[in-house]
Design a protein around this ligand. Sequence first.
Ligand code: BG6
Ligand code: MG
Length: 220
Amino acid sequence: MIQAVIFDLDGVIVSTDECHYQAWKALADREGIPFSRRDNHRLRGVSRMESLAIVLEKAKRSYSNEEKRGMAAYKNELYVRLINELTPDDLLPGAQSAAVRLRGMGIKTAIGSSSKNAPAILEHLGITRLFDAVADGNGIKRSKPAPDVFLLAAKMLRISPEHCLVVEDAVAGVDAAINAGMGCIGLGDAKRHPGVLVGAEALGLFDLPVWVALHNTKTT
Ligand code: BG6
Ligand code: MG
């Protein structure tokens, strides 16, 4: 029985990939490190410092911890400037209506995101009030594929993990949901993950509330 749906943010509700890419690319260019959109793909669902470690894999020299903190702060400054431009027009199709309809069915909704910028992004998109809980990178030590962010969301909702369904677009995120003991819907690249209950290209092409209603009818 599904009592709550936990949405990943980046790639499920809003596409911030390009903003992350532009900010990491500016840092990589400054440091003379090669960085492509393909490299950027590997950063999805991964925390800021772990993302930096991936960016630095192609660096010619090693960096001190202080330098790394400085680089992460520089990237985030650029990224925040870009996400400050987000508006409700940047919502991915189907995301807002899925949350509204699920709540109408008595299903709790939450965000489970590795991003420390999640609350600000939700504000810019104008959808903060659509979620009963927001679990993000500020409240966890280990990021996806560790289950922490989804377990935190379940705890905030006071719903046990087996009654939570996760919606994810990153392989690391599907692994995190499975590690949390939760069912998972895989979107985009994650739709082919062998552990997902069902895969779809995007929320705009998949009727999540109807799927949840049918699932709950079968399990009662
Ligand atoms: C995830 C993104 O949601 O958040 C990752 O998919 C990103 O690409 C991570 O690295 C951390 O984001 P932030 O905003 O805390 O730097
Ligand atoms: Mg994502």
